[in-house]
Design a protein. Sequence first.
Length: 285
Amino acid sequence: MDVLGDLDLQCAELKVARYRTYPEVPKRLSPRPYLHPVHTLAGTPVTEEFPEDHLHHLGVGVTIPDVEGHNFWGGTTYVPGRGPTEVDNHGTQTHTGYSLRDEDGFVEELDWTTGTGQLLLRERRTVAAVQLTPDAWVLDFTFSLLNASGSAISFGSPQTNGRSGAAYGGFFWRAPKEAIAPRVFTAEAEGEVAVHGTRADWVAFTGSTWSLIFAGGTDRTRKDPWFVRAAGYPGVGSSLAFDERLPLGADKTLVRRFLTVVADGRVEKDAAAELVHAAIEAVGR
């Protein structure tokens, strides 16, 4: 059953996130539903929308800069030989219904269409909030993309189109910008340069009074490299198309699952690993 309007996501009887079902987003920013604001259990915001440095960064969602040449990320498009360029190629993700809608989660259906109205993808998005400790909860976020275009398509990124280091596209979380850049680390690496582009079971991102720990929820998800930014702006996401374009045949489906621990305070490596383990145990593999 579909209910119009935004919805609030609850955990431990607290509102921890709002889902923008029908946001007012300009075409150039690739309109799409997204989560914002997202809070820790103590109420600290850990997402940002329409930041001045990148207006098309919208909280937490699924965003891909190149789906068969169509921009579902927003902003400029990287054109080989020209660099970031304004192109009228922005697509739209449109909410078409909720098959499940509870206080702690939902299952949503979406259509991904081009600027001319061509249907490329049908998505099923499953989101749930689960408490882990008195200070931490986990956002369980799965997206399933069905190629509904009638022919084979592929996903790309600025990196696959020639811009080194810019292999963004897929799940993306824009965190709040603070005076000091967040600390970024994995179980084996420390710092933006060392973590960006790596394949790691989890990536931790700690701000002034909060921590986010991102983990792949399936074996296939964990094979994708991480896209990480800290110094210029705070954001973490996946890289669906890192070294080369990712093909998807007609009527085929791509699935990725992410578990994000949202915690109060600044966690260290041992605590981060323990929270990821707790998240996996809480939601199941």
